[in-house]
Design a protein around this ligand. Sequence first.
Ligand code: GSH
Length: 208
Amino acid sequence: MATTLIIGDYAKSSWSLRAWLVLHAAGLEFETVQVALEEVTTRANILRYSPSGKVPALSMDGIVINDSLAISEAIAEAYPQARLWPTDARVRALARAATAEMHSGFTNLRTQMSFGLNLGDQPDTLSPDTEWEIQRVFQIWRGLRQAAGGGTFLCGEFGIVDAMYVPVVFRFRRYGVAIPSDLQGYVAAILDHAHVKQWLALAAQAQT
Ligand SMILES: N[C@@H](CCC(=O)N[C@@H](CS)C(=O)NCC(=O)O)C(=O)O
């Protein structure tokens, strides 16, 4: 079977977006199967492909890998030439920490500022915890960019850590969160990234 990524709706599935970006960053040719989320049949439909009942899942080399981070690691390992992690060990450790923090944390931000590709929405009054998490994201971005010492993205080239934070960029965009001036270039580069724009175009197409 061809390499196949099982994803959810473009406008709803931030975890699918992350894995999809990582596969593209590695230059992989792959097929996608899309399962509509938030329907009564969603769980049963995902289970046809993914034993966790969640998307994304990657069918590759005769196995199914569920979870965006596990998929990212598998792709980084299979395609080392894509340099999805920074080459410097210290920067790589920081990129992994930032990735893990996104993958397992930011629950207040994720709950209060739900994922969506639209603009101009008002969140409920942000809790102090959410406000703190927004500042923590900025701190992580700054720290990585300083440690990596330049480049367009967090650690130079677009990699797994950038893919992990793309949905946060969309959340900030959706709710009009002010981006500090020193990070505006990074956010602009993310929104101008070819595959980020492709995902937005696919989402727009799906809505017509
Ligand atoms: N930790 C998982 C989270 C996966 C996840 O929560 N996926 C959501 C869509 S973004 C899902 O499959 N929801 C379907 C459901 O719960 O029925 C990952 O990183 O892949």
